[in-house]
Design a protein around this ligand. Structure first.
Ligand code: GLN
Ligand code: ZN
Length: 760
């Protein structure tokens, strides 16, 4: 059996690309220097694949920002505002990714969206009437040749036409169908060029085949590939999918003019059922994604061998290539630099490099007559056996609690309307109450202090005094500005998930396991390895301190169970529904402790609730039921006069409205201004009854909103929301803003609320 991967991380094992790119942004290195760094990284990555025994290494998976953006640029999917930019590919790429402002020329960046259910963000291509669709670059060719000149035959990859069209925004008279007219010849031209340069295979990524597809979408997909087939001069095409099953198009696979099909057998178990019931096209290769490409655990060889033997009943092993379930982009590079993780835990982890070892080992094992006797399998089984002995994997007390909760649905008493009047009696808030989402600017000073504390250069008590001073300043400032419900500022948190992960039992943290989130931004998600338990209060002290600095109510700030889970690497040995209940119980304990300490307003952020919505609508209900129930468990024990807030970072609200309502929070704050108040239209038809704070200004922008601007947004909001339900707050936390930006914006916001009150 041959092995391949379908994409490799590109940021560099020490984030070299991030550093070089940021230096380039600051004009500290030249474009040539940046390109040199990129070439060196590509070479390292190819050599790594060869050294790990990968039979078919991949190219063009490198990107300075995002591969979908690269593909859009390659084929001229460029909106008018970027049309007159200099031709230089670096300038164009970064202009479209980050916005462009020079010599009076101004163009805002493309939108950014989450890539399927991962935490990676892609740039949303835009096409308008000015776009000239056609082959207008040579990145895949250049990188293919670059590898070839190093003696390596690679398989260039790029986004396929169906996924490209489905993820693109069309404006004016343009449409996917019209764009396809220009796009297919351009793909054809590129394939010829790659073939002439010596490429044998080209990989076209089509993860959108794992989404729901209506009849028109299926027709578009087929016509794209039929026309591509007619133009293809003979380079072989691998149609690569990921993140789910392709049962929607499985029936027609044999008629597709492609020579290999890549399927995800980890997240798309139905792929195997289809293969078993319908067989697999006789003239094609199956790229079998059996090693999880986006989670950090070792592969269980026994299970994979069972899977492979089921597959090989339907096609000969020469036609199966072993692969990860998706690009390794979503994994850290290597376990080698992790020195702080315990030996036992490292034994059961596998990052990108270790995943490539696993592919090779599985290929060896599959060719054995008696794999059970092979040392590789024995060793692999030992790893899983040892893992059971890792302390904290199963905590009987925790399991006892969750099993008594299983199958129950949680409900807070009394109903929301009754609660609202109890809360009003306690809090006595004015009309249009003002608040913020939680974090205040994480200044250089705060970051530096945290770094020094981590390194042990600053002792615990100095650090805590420092944090308290910042907190006190922050609370007094809000008081002075006239906000109604205050926050403590979250200075003690570097990240809203890591902060809780570090205080809960069940998580481990890496030192260097960075994963690209977007552009030069990387995240280092915690790894959930054991049962979750809360050893003691996590936020009560800092809340109490803040509360003592003011007469106004201070919100207790927590991250919700769904968000903690979705932003971590999750367990594979336990159902995620179990982990969710455990997390909800831990947050519930914190909620009750805050309440007992006198806290009357508690915010439980569920910033990531929407992100993990399953790709197919039929699976939404199950996901949302669990998510909503977990959230309700967090607050079903509080008194009627304790006000529960939640916060969400997106305003695609309409299609999950029932679920958001079912969370039964008293107040929701939600992003709205960044998306031009699209919330208002979404809620015109089906009004939302509870208290709601649609963000009145975009916190991502350094521009300071004026009072007038905020007032006019509030007027628009009042066309959809009743005055009694409307809160006034920014879109999200202020962590990334400067002190001055945060302060001036909040002052404008408070003034707008005051002005509005005068007319009601
Ligand atoms: N309370 C968090 C903050 O203000 C919420 C962040 C978020 O929604 N992503 O930073
Ligand atoms: Zn947010």
């Amino acid at each position: 059996m041959k092995t391949t991967i379908i994409g490799y991380p590109r940021i560099g094992c020490n984030r070299e690309l991030k550093r070089a790119t940021e230096s380039y942004f600051q004009n500290r290195i030249s474009p040539e220097n940046l390109n040199e760094e990129a070439r060196a990284l590509r070479k390292t990555h190819w050599e790594k694949q060869i050294r790990k025994g990968i039979d078919f290494p991949v190219s063009n998976d490198f990107s300075f920002y995002d591969t979908l953006l690269d593909t859009a640029l390659l084929f001229g999917l460029i909106p008018e505002r970027f049309a007159t930019l200099p031709q230089d590919p670096l300038i164009r790429t970064f202009a479209m990714a980050r916005g462009y402002e020079k010599n009076g020329y101004q163009a805002s960046a493309l939108a950014m969206k989450k890539w399927f259910t991962t935490n990676y963000h892609y740039m949303v291509p835009e096409v308008d009437e000015s776009s000239r669709i056609g082959l207008s670059g040579h990145k895949p060719l250049t990188e293919f040749r670059e590898a070839l000149s190093a003696g390596l035959l690679t398989r260039p990859m790029l986004t396929g036409p169906y996924t490209l069209l489905r993820l693109t925004r069309f404006s004016g008279e343009t449409s996917a169908e019209a764009c396809a007219q220009g796009l297919i010849p351009a793909y054809g031209q590129l394939l010829s060029a790659l073939g002439n340069a010596g490429a044998q295979w080209v990989q076209l990524d089509e993860p959108c085949l794992c989404l729901d597809m209506d009849a028109d979408e299926k027709a578009l997909f087929h016509s794209l590939y039929q026309s591509l087939g007619e133009r293809n001069p003979g380079v072989k095409i691998l149609l690569q999918t990921a993140f789910g099953d392709i049962t929607r198009v499985y029936d027609s696979l044999s008629s597709l003019p492609v020579q290999a099909i890549g399927m995800d057998f980890v997240e798309g178990p139905d792929n195997l059922l289809k293969l078993e019931s319908d067989g697999f096209p006789e003239d094609k290769i199956l790229v079998a994604g059996i090693v999880n490409g986006r989670n950090v655990w070792r592969n269980n060889y026994k299970k994979s061998l069972d899977l492979l033997s089921r597959m090989s009943k339907h096609l000969p092993e020469e036609r199966i290539w072993l692969a990860p379930s998706c690009s390794l982009l979503h994994l850290p590079y290597s376990l080698a630099p992790e020195t702080a993780l315990s030996h036992e835990i490292k034994e059961i982890l596998a990052f990108a490099e270790e995943k490539m070892d696993e592919l090779g080992e599985l290929a060896i094992l599959f060719s054995e007559k008696n794999p059970e006797k092979h040392s590789l399998l024995i060793r692999n089984q030992q790893r899983f056996g040892e893992a059971e002995k890792i302390p904290g994997r199963i905590i009987p007390d925790v399991r006892k609690k969750t099993s008594s909760l299983r199958g129950q649905s949680f409900r807070r008493m009394p109903d929301a309307d009754t609660r609202k009047s109890c809360q009003q009696n306690r809090l006595r808030l004015p009309l249009f109450p003002t608040t913020s989402i939680g974090s205040f600017p994480q200044t250089q000073e705060i970051r530096a202090m945290r770094r020094r504390h981590r390194k042990g250069e600053v002792d615990q008590s100095t650090y805590e005094t420092f944090l308290r001073n910042r907190t006190e300043e922050c609370v007094r400032l809000q008081d002075d500005m006239g906000l109604d419900v205050l926050v403590h500022g979250e200075f003690e948190r570097n990240d809203m998930v890591e902060f809780f992960g570090e205080q809960l039992e069940g998580f481990v943290f890496t030192e260097n396991a960075w994963v690209q989130s977007y552009g030069t931004r990387c995240v280092k998600p915690p790894i959930l390895v054991g049962d979750v338990r809360r050893p003691g209060p996590m936020t009560v002290d800092i809340w109490r301190f803040a509360e003592n600095c003011t007469k106004k109510p201070v919100k207790g700030m927590l991250t919700g169970p769904v968000t903690i889970l979705n932003w971590s690497f999750v367990r594979e040995d336990v159902e995620s529904t179990e982990c969710l209940l455990q997390l909800a119980l831990a947050i519930r304990e914190e909620v009750l402790d805050l309440e007992a300490a006198g806290c009357g307003v508690i915010q439980i952020d569920e910033a990531a609730l929407r992100e993990k919505l399953p790709l197919k609508k039929k699976d939404w209900k199950a996901y949302l039921d669990h998510a909503v129930n977990a959230f309700r468990l967090c607050h079903d024990g509080v008194r009627p006069d304790t006000q529960i807030h939640t916060h969400m970072c997106y305003s695609e609200f309409g299609d999950i409205l029932a679920a958001i309502d079912a969370m039964d929070a008293d107040v929701i704050t939600i992003e709205a201004s960044r998306s031009a108040l699209s919330l208002v239209d979404q809620l015109k038809e089906s009004p939302y009854a509870r208290d709601i704070g649609p963000g009145v200004y975009d916190i991502h922008s350094p521009l300071i909103p004026g009072e007038k601007e905020i007032l006019s947004r509030l007027e628009i909001l009042l066309s959809t929301f009743r005055p009694e339900q409307l809160w006034v707050n920014p879109d999200c936390g202020l962590k990334t803003r400067s002190q001055k930006e945060a302060e001036q914006s909040l002052r404008a916001m408070v003034n707008a609320a005051k002005t509005l009150r005068e007319t009601y």
